[in-house]
Ligand binder design. Sequence first.
Ligand code: NAP
Ligand code: MG
Length: 404
Amino acid sequence: MEKIRMTTPLVEMDGDEMTRILWKMIKEELILPFVELKTEYYDLGLPNRDATGDQVTMDAALANKKYGVAVKCATITPNAQRMDEYKLHEMWKSPNGTIRAVLDGTVFRSPIMIDCIKPSVRSWKKPITIARHAYGDMYKATEFRVPGPGRAELRFTGANGETMSAEVYDFECGGVLQAQYNKDSSIENFARSCFEFALGAKQDLWFGAKDTISKKYDHTFKDIFQKIYDAEYKEKFEAAGITYFYSLIDDIVARVIRSEGGFIWACKNYDGDVMSDMVSTAFGSLAMMTSVLVSPDGKYEYEAAHGTVTRHYYRWLKGETTSTNPVATIFAWSGALRKRGELDGLAELAAFGDKLEQATLQTLNEVIMTKDLCALAEGITPAAVDSEAFIKAIAQRLAALLAA
Ligand code: NAP
Ligand code: MG
């Protein structure tokens, strides 16, 4: 069989620990036999980040910006314990943070659903994708404890010297104080990333904030979304048969629980932090969550939502085989290759992305799965296989789908 052709290289970002082992297996068994793979390879494994003074992460992010589509393996974010373990020169920043800052994008997380794992919420039939605005608000706030009685005020000095101020509270005792901010430019980027992603996925977009209480702050989010929707996306949404829906965050939460799923839920930073954990847990497993970073100008970085699965890696180092779930990492590859195919007008490459996902789901629905999923499966007696056997089972089905 002739291999599927590519034109533009995919930016490949390798990573750490167990996911690095899975990465190699996925490439060898599921990609290289079928695709004339063209990648620009960046080794984001911690030893190489340390050796390059983290330059490799910046180079990879810039390549992502240049070529448009990247696929990334999970990476270690160093902490004190990793400094010792890897004898690091510095406690390098999170690679995801660096890439996100370069692309100025939004992260979309979606669950992969299979027949035998039922979401905890009975009405959910289709995936719910959460888009979290990963900038500002509480995460960049200035706060302190108020030691005792006194007046707190909020003050702004314009570049032209003009000032605005307001009393926050006249404290009669100790307490707490916090100031948050966000930027129009960041909210606009967030809105555009969400509209772009919804169009690509052909799914409705929901957004909720607390504009009734927060008449300036949250209301600005609502207004910016509406302005960009009306000016740039209304016609495109109507043509695609999808809708944009804004409501109060409380109302959105209630509707999400009653819904069937199958939409994108845009969340402010804190809502996204909290709700993405709720949604992913209710859908079953972190090992079945994909994640894609989308920039407002349409650049994409695909990855699994989970980490490097350290505990499994230590067992693997001791020579044990592990039953680590590669599904989310496989879907990172399929998503990236499909997007590359779409952008380059390569129908065969885009179809390969679909077939790789189909083969994976087929394998799971035939109850061949890794140990983590066996524990969640209902109404069947699954056979737990190790990662390698699982990937080989997918490869067989993929070859059959491609030959058909
Ligand atoms: P983790 O790697 O996601 O693993 C936490 C636990 O969840 C695992 O020990 C395992 O449970 C289970 N799990 C996660 N993914 C699985 C999979 N694919 N198959 C089977 N089980 C899976 O999170 P962590 O242990 O908190 O973090 C490990 C490292 O990953 C850290 O250095 C962190 O910095 C990094 N990290 C990277 C990213 C990223 O690159 N996007 C994201 C998060 C964390 P059992 O051990 O019970 O089987
Ligand atoms: Mg969280």
